[in-house]
Design a binder for this molecule. Structure first.
Ligand SMILES: [Fe+2]
Length: 346
């Protein structure tokens, strides 16, 4: 695949991270009913024939339509919610998310989200992990994204945002689901740290009003994508589009799963930052996985450049000074970005 030559070079938006600096565990326990109801009779292995319910989105908004032509890594901005997983698949995922081991080891809290589950990994969440790594799912995600994508890092398979309303417990609400002001956001306006994200709804949305994703265009206009339903997903170029999840009304819970993606081709720019996740991650795992894939990209780019150089010599073309400097500058900026992203957290 060719590098993103059709995309003009613009400074990517600044991402603001949560105020919490260190990974913190939530002080508020989840209601026991949620944990009990998530249990499944039989753990299954992910099977695309049985667990996928993919239907293409009714519409895909383009970057041009929302005033961001030339930005990002794909002409596609965001999809309408589209069916992706069956209810059986969602049940298997919920069983993993609300399992004892995951709740003991993978809960995080920040000023953005009070209740999150992150970094479950393949051992604690084999079904969820296999689903997001499956070639069938990746083909669908890539198709609607308009560019070949792969999951960014294992730690981001996946981020679960949990919001509960339960009158029977003293659980502090993460995001009040009932409010007089339906324009209040569930999560404030932000850019994501990752080029593309897929937001999958894990709750039954019967009786729920709202809960959509809103996109803010550069001229200030706000566009809402259609309301979600269980098992549907929205794919969005969240690193480049300012967005927020709108508050849901009328439901008992709103649980969504955010999976982060990066371009599959090492030649496409990767403007991933860690500012949004540094405070809510196991830093050693986060830096190990980030460092590894970034170095792999660098390795592939150098191999690719060397091949081009050898071919140039065979063709007896003269050394191209501007092209050599362009390549080296691009890699210098790539390494400088890593120096910024890998940092101590006090
Ligand atoms: Fe986001």
């Amino acid at each position: 695949m060719a590098p993103s030559a059709t995309f003009i070079d613009v400074e990517p938006p600044t991402v603001v991270g949560p105020a919490t600096k260190k990974a913190t565990r939530p002080s508020n326990a989840l209601p026991q009913s949620l944990i009990q109801n998530a249990r499944v009779a039989k753990k299954e292995e992910f099977d695309p024939k049985q667990h996928l319910n993919y239907q293409p989105p009714r519409s895909i908004y383009t970057m041009e339509q929302i005033g961001l032509k030339g930005h990002g890594i794909s002409p596609h901005a965001a999809t309408e919610p589209f069916p992706l997983f069956t209810r059986e698949a969602i049940a298997q995922m919920r069983a993993e998310i609300f399992s004892e081991v995951v709740l003991a080891e993978c809960q995080y809290s920040s000023t953005f989200n009070k209740n999150m589950v992150r970094g479950m990994g393949p051992a604690r969440a084999p079904f969820t992990y296999a689903a997001w790594k499956s070639p069938e799912v990746l083909a669908h995600i890539s198709e609607v994204a308009g560019i070949d994508l792969v999951p960014s890092i294992d730690f981001e398979i996946a981020n679960i945002n949990i919001s509960i309303r339960d009158e029977n417990t003293n659980v502090e609400q993460t995001i009040p689901l009932v409010s007089n002001d339906e324009e209040l956001p569930a999560v404030a306006w932000h850019y994501d740290s990752f080029p593309f994200v897929c937001v999958t709804m894990l709750s039954d949305c019967t009786g729920m009003v709202g809960g959509e994703t809103a996109l803010r265009m550069p001229n200030g206009d706000i566009m809402k994508v259609r309301g979600p339903a269980m098992g549907t997903a929205v794919v969005m170029q969240g690193r480049y589009i300012e967005h927020q999840a709108l508050k849901a009304l009328g439901g008992r819970e709103r649980i969504s799963m955010v999976t982060c993606f990066r371009p599959k081709s090492p030649l496409v720019k990767d403007e991933t930052v860690l500012v949004g996740v540094r405070g809510i991650s196991d830093l050693s795992q986060l830096y190990t996985q980030y460092n590894e894939y970034r170095l792999e990209i660098l390795e592939e780019r150098i191999r690719h450049q060397l091949k081009r150089e050898r071919e140039r010599e065979i063709a007896k073309r003269p050394f191209d000074i501007p092209e050599a400097k362009r390549f080296l500058t691009e890699q210098k900026l790539f390494i400088e970005s890593m120096l910024t992203e890998i940092q101590e957290v006090d």
